[in-house]
Design a protein around this ligand. Structure first.
Ligand SMILES: [Zn+2]
Length: 311
């Protein structure tokens, strides 16, 4: 079961990955209508326009494997999908809209990871096949940029969620902020004195004057996403009960999308990578629905308390 559930390898790109600006023909044509679905000319990347300060990306839940695309076979390439995460992302977006009357922006990679990895820099994402996949890759990031710009224009601040599935031994959500397990094992004053939190993907949230929280609180305290989702019955790391992975415990710290689309380098929006375990979260339809409801509940509380957003 764990093999098919997906092992996603979402870390290690590090900050500073060069970003190729999209050529004009890879910029999606707007304006966008809230709730309408837009698809890249290839039909491989899909964007649903939103009107909430939340952007959800599902990069590893695609199932299309067109024969016109060769399989990625680079030695470092991970090709296993994060099972059911596309459906989970759609349920989260729908639950958020049902609760608030506002839609998150939703960006879905429809291709199997065997063909395209939508959480990697261009060369690894496409395994060098930029002739066929360069344009979808650029379009995907262009729609995320468009969504982020819309959020920033309306509210100045907001959150990007990059949704994944892991197959690690401990069944808990792994929340990635671009901080390594050993960095998370430092106490808050050590993190502060080294200015480590400024390089996290929620640097803006932590630094914003709106929050009067202790800095570590937004990472793993009661008001953090880990605290809020744990309070709803889903164990998570980092969180109040598990402030850091222990030595030897597997942990995904955040990948390309979290790095590119978060606030580690001054971006307007924060980003959090959510790596979901399988059983009880994304295995059955009922569990996906229940988790989507719980996560939406937690996100609404987070957006209200820390981003000043009310539906
Ligand atoms: Zn993944």
């Amino acid at each position: 079961m764990f093999l098919v559930a997906g092992a996603c390898g979402e870390q290690g790109t590090g900050p500073g990955t060069p970003v190729t600006p999209p050529p004009p023909n890879d910029v999606p044509a707007g304006p966008f209508t809230v709730g309408a679905q837009y698809t890249h000319a290839s039909n491989w990347i899909q964007y649903t326009a939103g009107d909430a300060p939340l952007v959800i990306i599902a990069p590893h839940g695609g199932t299309l494997a067109p024969s016109e695309l060769r399989d990625r076979d680079c030695s470092a390439c991970v090709t296993v999908n994060d099972l059911n995460t596309q459906d989970l992302a759609r349920r989260i977006a729908a639950a958020f809209a049902a609760r608030t009357g506002r839609r998150p922006h939703l960006v879905i990679n429809l291709l199997s990871r065997r063909k395209f990895d939508a959480n990697r820099a261009l060369t690894e994402a496409t395994d060098g096949n930029t002739a066929q996949l360069g344009s979808p890759w650029r379009w995907m990031h262009a729609v995320v940029d468009t969504a982020k710009a819309d959020v920033a224009r309306r509210w100045q601040r907001g959150l990007v969620i990059d949704l994944h599935g892991h197959a690690h031994a401990i069944p808990r959500l792994e929340l990635g902020y671009l901080l390594t397990a050993s960095q998370l094992r430092q106490n808050d004053s050590e993190l502060l004195s080294a200015n480590t939190l400024a390089s996290s993907s929620i640097a803006r949230l932590i630094g914003d004057a709106r929050t009067t929280r202790a800095p570590g609180a937004m990472l793993r305290g009661t008001p953090s996403l880990g605290g809020l989702i744990e309070a709803r019955g889903y164990p998570a790391v980092p969180s109040p009960t598990a402030p850091a992975p222990l030595v030897g415990e597997a942990y995904f710290s955040g990948g390309y999308n979290t790095d590119r689309h978060g606030s580690s380098d001054g971006g307007m929006l924060d980003a959090i990578q959510i790596e979901c375990h399988f059983a009880g979260v994304r295995d059955t339809e009922a569990n996906r629905t229940a988790f989507a409801e719980a996560l939406v509940d937690a996100l609404i509380e987070l957006l209200a308390a820390e981003y000043g957003w009310q539906p």
